[in-house]
Design a protein around this ligand. Structure first.
Ligand SMILES: *Cc1c(COP(=O)(O)O)cnc(C)c1O
Length: 362
């Protein structure tokens, strides 16, 4: 068996311990004689899996009792519609657009009401987070929406925006469980798990209970109503059973690692290795304003498209895969999620140093 260092933005690297455990339990989960993939979602044994996953997530993130945790399908993109359908009571929401995902959420919400862009960093290709200390948040806005870590551009909010008392809704897909967060600062936080948590197919929504309404916008499908899933503890219909089980194994792994405070310092340490190199390199450079750098997604360039392409190709041959930047920005991007070992980042930097030496004439 030979594993590569996988810098994919998502679906992304998972902890080897988790993959091994899943392999061990594949044919016979805890003496049940079945794989988790084959089980009824109404069985006692599966019920214990999903309940334990939720309990571990609550413990890891310190989720207050008055918040519901929902395991849903449809990816983060479905939330772009589900959020306005359920939260847009006044049909008004304010958006801070810091990248493609926030922009898509804003555009989708416009189908359901008056979605207003109140700030944007598009003027400089989303390489920073705008000042959010005094934005024109509307008096009657139902919520303020952000994407807290911008997977494609590699930026992250240093502090949460001043929402002037309005609810904050945040897409945390690519920073989920990368560091501790205060859930009580939000009305709703959510993310697709395929970035930093588990296999594609699960979206976790953490929503304050009083926001769960039985009167979403008229015409909202049953499946897109939070209350449907909240009332049924995410078992209204067949959930993505196996993928939730893998998320549960990742939660256990994170607990064993010491929890989110430990993950944060590990992630800071890894990111520093890469950013320090980028800051000292003559060939490579980071593309993001320093104070808004993401801990998870690190875009960089050489300034020469042909050289970028050659770097990606040679890196792949050397066992560093998925380093090509997002198709909308080009260049390179290293996603260094929780499951990327420090060794992977150190080896990548060594490889970049060698590449730089070999191309010093450029
Ligand atoms: C990947 C990503 C999405 C889209 O996720 P899907 O599950 O593919 O719909 C949305 N927001 C952020 C921040 C992402 O990184």
């Amino acid at each position: 068996m030979s594993r590569v260092f996988n810098f994919s933005a998502g679906p992304a690297v998972l902890p080897e311990e988790v993959l091994r455990k899943a392999a061990e339990e594949m044919m016979d989960y805890h003496g049940s004689g079945q794989s988790v993939m084959e089980m009824s979602h109404r069985s006692k044994v599966y019920d214990a899996i999903i309940k334990e996953a939720e309990a571990d997530l609550r413990e890891l993130m310190g989720i207050p009792d008055e918040y519901k945790v929902l395991f849903l399908q449809g990816g983060a993109s479905t939330q772009f519609a589900m959020i306005p359908m359920n939260l847009m009571k006044n049909k008004k929401a304010d958006f801070i657009v810091t990248g493609q995902w926030a922009k898509k959420a804003w555009q989708e919400a416009s189908k359901y009401g008056d979605a207003k862009k109140i700030a944007s960093s598009e003027d400089r290709t989303f390489c920073y987070i705008p000042d959010c200390s005094d934005l024109p948040v509307r008096e009657d806005a139902d919520y303020v929406y952000i994407c807290q870590n911008n997977t494609i551009y590699g930026t992250k909010y240093k502090e949460l925006p001043n929402t002037k008392g309005k609810l904050l809704v945040s897409d945390i897909s690519s920073m989920f469980l990368s560091e501790p967060m205060d859930v009580s600062a939000y009305g709703l936080v959510y993310g697709g798990v395929q970035k930093n948590v588990g296999p594609a197919g699960v979206t976790i929504v953490i929503i304050r209970e009083d926001l769960i309404t039985d009167e979403p916008l008229p015409g909202t499908p049953t499946m897109l109503t939070y209350k449907t899933h909240a009332d049924a503890d995410s078992l209204y219909n067949t959930p993505p059973c196996y993928n939730i089980y893998i998320c549960g194994l990742v939660f256990k792994w994170l607990k064993e690692m010491g929890g989110l405070t430990v993950m944060k310092s590990r992630n800071e340490e890894k990111a520093k290795i890469l950013y320090d190199f980028l800051d000292s390199s003559r060939l490579f450079k980071g593309t993001v304003d320093k104070e808004y750098r993401s801990l998870m997604n690190v875009p960089f360039i050489t300034g020469d498209d042909e050289l970028n392409a050659r770097f990606v190709k040679e890196a792949e041959a050397a066992g560093f895969v998925n380093l090509k930047g997002h198709r909308s920005v080009g260049g390179m991007r290293a996603s260094i999620y929780n499951a990327m070992p420090k060794e992977g980042v150190e080896k990548l930097v060594e490889f970049m140093q060698e590449f730089e030496k070999g191309n010093s004439h450029v």
